[in-house]
Design a protein. Structure first.
Lengths: 253, 225
């Protein structure tokens, strides 16, 4: 893909002082952006410009910038992680935008993810759900022989697919109900499929769902939008697994 | 079963199970109604309606059906209210078209339309048959019964507006089912990557059968009379 230069881009960014302040959009203009620039690099360039002009830079989350940490967020032109499939915002490039375009950037808007400042949101709620999930029983001693634990190929693959969740929160951000079911289901079905996680499977499903409800996430209505926007392509088949695990756990009670 | 009823999956479980029940009711309802268009004398439909009105099993199921409707609606209101509360500040720009179907995002609105249709539908027929008891009697094969055929056929023959409302109701119900059928299975956990495609296919077929099946009846009376 040959590099092109976008002569002018307008960025309409949500500015909000803190979690309680009322925010509003500010529109900035950036010039001469290469199509090979990543979206976050474009924001870096814009921030440099703002600093030089003596203005306050835009606050946004980012860390690894290679799509594995789940720190970057952003709702770009009405979609979580912007207009591309199976990527995080840091993997989004400016070639997805047209010269002269106005790009709207909003924070993830979820009651359980309060805005810290501008585009940065507090996703501690996910950590709390993970904590509620509790421990996994592991035998101490030497490293067990891989072949000694029988796991079918299909289960190993399905567990790995679920485990690829990076906890970015795009599923909740894009869900019309702000439901965290895709995240919770990825965590629950990842461990429920493996012998190491079977022992606490029932307790885990009940505790994580209870915590999810308590934190004020919405109820899943199976629209399937989450799996489309998920940068890791986590399937909502996991949600069916979670429903099954939860209902079975409740029947056992 | 502590706090199962108040948990999100618990509430969805009731949506799903009442949904299944209502879908089975639709099939029974449609099969009896189709008798309307196979016998213009009305005897067949009157016998069908008489059977449904007197069969002890159906008499027992009727109040359960009413409870099913009420639970389905009550949970829909409660869940939707909770879901709206979960996002206190709305997005200013949202593009959901690429990620989900229109029906899946508008189940509540479709449900409201169906509810208002249901009220009209009960006033048109059930109310007159069971509460007002203003429907005349006929003799069919030696048994005396309500002339339900004249009531239903009379409405469809006399009013094009009602015909169109009933066709609209059937289509809205069909759209509701394109998402509802599959969603009920998913909530029960009876789905996976392979079965999802199959269930969605069967769900779409079911939705089309319901929409076309119920639309055919007023259409038949528009065209024939």
């Amino acid at each position: 893909m040959s590099e092109k230069i976008l002569k002018e881009i307008k960025v309409r960014v949500w500015k909000q002082k803190n979690s309680t302040a009322k925010g509003k959009f500010e529109t900035y203009t950036v010039h001469n952006i290469s199509t090979d620039t990543s979206f976050l690099e474009m924001l870096d360039i814009l921030n440099m410009q703002l600093v030089e002009e003596g203005k306050e830079p835009i606050v946004f989350d980012h860390d690894c910038r290679e799509g594995i940490c789940g720190t970057c967020s952003l709702f770009i032109n009405g979609r979580a992680h912007g207009p591309d499939d199976d990527i995080t915002t840091c993997q989004l490039h400016m070639r997805k935008f047209k010269d002269g375009e106005t790009i709207t950037v909003e924070p993830f808007r979820v009651g359980a993810f309060p805005v810290i400042k501008d585009l940065m949101v507090d996703r501690t709620a996910f950590e709390k759900i993970l904590q509620a999930g509790g421990f996994v029983s592991v035998n101490t001693g030497g490293i067990p022989d891989g072949n000694a634990i029988p796991i079918s190929y299909d289960d190993a693959e399905a567990a790995m697919d679920a485990a690829s969740c990076i906890g970015c929160g795009a599923c909740v951000a894009t869900c019309k109900n702000s439901s965290a079911m895709l995240f919770v289901s990825a965590k629950v079905s990842h461990l429920a499929r493996l012998p190491q996680g079977k022992i606490e499977a029932s307790r885990r499903a009940k505790a994580m769902v209870a915590k999810m409800d308590e934190l004020g996430f919405g109820n899943c209505s199976n629209t399937g939008a989450c799996e489309v926007e998920c940068p890791k392509g986590i399937s909502i088949a996991n949600i069916a697994t979670l429903n099954r695990e939860y209902l079975m756990a409740k029947i056992k009670d | 079963m502590s706090n199962f009823v108040s948990s999100s999956i618990g509430k969805k479980f009731f949506m799903s199970i009442t949904g299944f029940f209502l879908m089975m009711f639709l099939l029974v309802h449609l099969s009896i109604n189709l008798l309307l268009i196979f016998d213009d004398s009305g005897e067949l439909f009157n016998m069908g309606a008489h059977f449904m009105g007197t069969n002890p099993l159906i008499r027992i199921v009727e109040p359960i059906l009413a409870i099913g409707f009420i639970l389905h609606m009550a949970y829909a209101v409660y869940l939707t209210w909770q879901n709206m509360k979960a996002r206190p500040v709305d997005y200013k720009q949202v593009n959901q078209k690429e990620a989900s179907t229109w029906a899946s995002r508008n189940m509540f609105v479709l449900g409201l339309l169906i509810t208002s249709f249901l009220v009209l539908h009960i006033m048109n027929f059930y109310w007159k048959l069971k509460i007002e008891k203003s429907v005349g009697l006929v003799m069919v094969s030696g048994a005396e019964m309500h002339d339900a055929y004249t009531l239903v056929a009379g409405l469809f023959k006399s009013s094009l507006a009602y015909d169109l409302v009933y066709i609209f109701g059937a289509i809205v119900l069909g759209i509701h089912l394109t998402h509802g059928f599959w969603s009920a299975f998913q909530t029960m956990g009876w789905s996976g990557n392979l079965w999802r495609k199959r269930i969605e296919f069967v769900g779409n077929v079911f939705a089309i059968i319901i929409a076309i099946g119920f639309s055919i009846i007023p259409l038949y009376f528009i065209i024939r009379f």
